[in-house]
Write a protein that binds this ligand. Structure first.
Ligand code: BG6
Length: 483
C-alpha cells in the first residue's frame, strides 16, 4: 500500500533549542523525512535558533552530522540532504535577553505561516512567548509548540498555561505528547470508531478489565538528573499512559475534530476515582550481574523515586463502572513492549465442559514493537475426544497487512506536520493537562507524606512481585511482558 502525501503550504518554522538533543535526534530527522517524501514545499524554511553563536553554514554542518547519525544511509541520498540543508537558516538568540530578536523578525516572511517550536526548558516558555508577542514576531495565526514535561504538578502546569495564554490563544498552542503521534496510538481511535464490531461490546457489561502496559528495556542512565526528580508517575503515567487510557475509555466524539476529541478525553480523566494506596505499587530496579541498579544510574544512593509503577484505576461512569483498568510502566524490564489488552467477560452460560487454564476472549493491541492486533478466541480442539475447547489467536501484524512503510513514520514527523497544517487533534489542550495533574497530584503527595519507599525489582524482570499480586488478588493475571 502506498502512503498518500499531500504537500503542505509554505511555512516558516523556527526551532528554539535547535542545537539540542531532541532537535537533532527527532525534529530535524522528522522534517527531513517529510521533505524526502515530498510533503515539504521547496519554499518552506526552517530557522534554527539557540544560544550558540553559529552562522548559517555551521548550523547546516551540525544538522548534516545529525542526519547522518540518526537517518539510515539508504534513506538519505546526498542530493536530498543538500536540498534539505539549503532550506535551513540560523539566528543566534538570547532567549531571556535582547540579542537576535530583531534579526529573527527581519528573517520571517510576511505572507507565510509562522510556527515557533520551543524545544527548550519549560522555564524559557514564558520569556520566549513574551518576546515573540511583544516584539511583533508572532502574528494572529502563528503557532507555538511546547514539549513535555509540561509542569511537574498542577500548580506548575497552571503557571505554564497562564504564561503561554498571556501571549497566545489556546488555538495557537500545541502541547506535544509524542505518544499521540504514534501510528498505532491513532489506530486505537480508528479501531474503536471506524468499526461497528467492537463498540457494542465496549462497556462493563462485556469487558471484564483492561490492561495497559508500557514496558521499557532501557534504564535511566544519561537522564538520571531529570528522571530522579520525576519518576515513572510524572514521566510516563500522567501523560503517555493517561492518553492511552483516554483513547480506550472515551465516549465516541461527534466528529474527528480537535475539540470534539479532546472534550471526550477530559471527561475520562475527570471521571477517575481516587486510587487507594493498596491499588498502587511503586518499584525501583536493582543491580543484576554487571547491569547497574537505579541508584547507580541516577547517582543518588538514597533515592526513593520509582522507576516502575502499577495501579488499578476505576472510571466512575455508566460505561465503565465495574471494569477496572490496570496500568503499569517501568524501565529496565524484560522487553520493550507496549500493549493494551481488553479482556472480555466469559459467556453468561457455558454449555461445554470446563476448559482448564481458560484465559477468555481478549483483544490485544500491540503498540510497539511489532504493531498489530490479536483477537484471542475459543474454538474446538481438533480431532476426537469430545467437545474439548482451546484458545487460538487471530493475529494481524500491521506490517504484513499494510506494508512496513506505513509504520515507518516517526511520531514527531506527523506531529510537526500537523502543527503546520493547523490541526490540534493530536495535541493536549490546557485543561486536559491540568486535569491529569489534578488526578496525579494527590497520589504523589500521599506517598511522599507517608515516606513510602519503592519495592525492588530485578533488571530484566516483569516488575516487582507486588505488581503481579495487584491482579492476582482480583483473580486476574497480567499478560506476560513481551509475550
Ligand atoms: C518519554 C520519557 O516521554 O518517553 C522517557 O521521558 C521514555 O523516559 C519515552 O523512555 C518512551 O517513549 P517511546 O516512544 O520510546 O515509547
Amino acid at each position: 500500500m502506498v502512503a498518500r502525501v499531500i504537500p503542505v503550504a509554505p511555512f516558516d518554522l523556527v526551532i528554539f533549542g535547535a542545537t539540542g538533543d531532541l532537535a537533532r535526534r527527532k525534529i530535524l530527522p522528522g522534517l527531513f523525512s517529510r521533505f524526502r517524501a515530498g510533503q515539504m514545499p521547496a519554499d518552506a524554511r526552517i530557522i534554527g535558533s539557540a544560544r550558540s553563536n553559529f552562522d548559517k553554514a555551521e548550523f547546516r554542518e551540525l544538522i548534516h552530522h545529525a542526519l547522518k547519525e540518526f537517518v539510515d544511509k539508504e534513506l538519505r541520498p546526498q542530493e536530498k540532504l543538500d536540498a534539505f540543508l539549503d532550506q535551513l537558516d540560523y539566528v543566534h538568540i538570547d532567549a531571556t535577553g535582547d540579542a537576535g530578536w530583531q534579526e529573527l523578525k527581519d528573517t520571517l516572511r510576511d505572507d507565510t505561516t509562522r510556527t515557533f517550536y520551543l524545544s527548550v526548558s519549560p522555564s524559557l516558555f514564558g520569556p520566549i512567548a513574551e518576546r515573540l508577542s511583544t516584539r511583533g514576531i508572532a502574528t494572529e495565526d502563528s503557532r507555538i509548540v511546547v514539549e513535555k514535561p509540561f509542569g511537574h504538578d498542577l500548580a506548575s502546569a497552571k503557571a505554564l498555561n497562564a504564561e503561554l495564554l498571556e501571549y497566545f490563544t489556546e488555538r495557537q498552542i500545541y502541547r506535544i505528547d509524542h505518544y499521540l503521534g504514534k501510528e498505532t496510538v491513532q489506530n486505537l481511535m480508528a479501531l474503536r470508531f471506524a468499526n461497528s464490531l467492537f463498540e457494542p461490546l465496549w462497556n462493563s457489561t462485556h469487558i471484564d478489565h483492561v490492561q495497559i502496559t508500557v514496558a521499557e528495556k532501557l534504564g535511566v542512565a544519561g537522564r538520571g538528573g531529570y528522571y530522579d526528580q520525576s519518576g515513572a508517575m510524572r514521566d510516563m503515567v500522567q501523560n503517555h499512559l493517561m492518553q492511552l487510557m483516554c483513547l480506550i475509555a472515551m465516549e465516541p466524539p461527534s466528529k474527528f475534530a480537535p475539540n470534539a476529541v479532546r472534550d471526550e478525553k477530559v471527561k475520562v480523566i475527570e471521571a477517575l476515582d481516587p486510587v487507594s494506596p493498596q491499588d498502587l505499587v511503586r518499584g525501583q530496579y536493582r543491580a543484576w550481574r554487571d547491569v547497574p541498579g537505579y541508584h547507580a544510574d541516577v547517582e543518588n544512593p538514597d533515592s526513593t523515586t520509582e522507576s516502575f509503577i502499577a495501579m488499578k484505576l476505576a472510571v466512575a461512569n455508566w460505561r465503565w463502572a465495574g471494569t477496572p483498568f490496570y496500568l503499569r510502566t517501568g524501565k529496565r524490564m524484560r522487553a520493550r513492549s507496549s500493549e493494551i489488552t481488553v479482556v472480555f467477560r466469559d459467556p453468561p452460560h457455558m454449555i461445554f465442559p470446563k476448559m482448564e487454564g481458560r484465559k477468555g476472549n481478549a483483544l490485544i493491541i500491540r503498540l510497539q514493537p511489532d504493531e498489530g492486533i490479536t483477537l484471542r478466541t475459543t474454538i474446538k480442539e481438533p480431532g476426537p475426544g469430545g467437545m474439548r475447547l482451546t484458545e487460538v489467536d487471530m493475529d494481524m501484524t500491521f506490517a504484513d497487512a499494510l506494508g512496513s512503510d506505513l509504520n515507518s513514520q516517526d511520531a514527531y514527523e506527523r506531529l510537526v506536520m500537523d502543527v503546520i497544517r493547523g490541526d490540534q487533534t493530536l495535541f493536549m489542550r490546557g485543561d486536559e493537562v491540568e486535569a491529569a495533574w489534578a488526578w496525579a497530584d494527590p497520589l504523589i503527595s500521599a506517598w511522599q507524606e507517608a515516606g513510602h519507599k519503592p519495592v525492588p525489582y530485578d533488571v530484566g524482570s516483569s516488575g516487582p512481585e507486588e505488581a503481579l499480586m495487584l491482579l492476582h488478588k482480583d483473580g486476574r493475571r497480567w499478560r506476560p511482558v513481551g509475550d
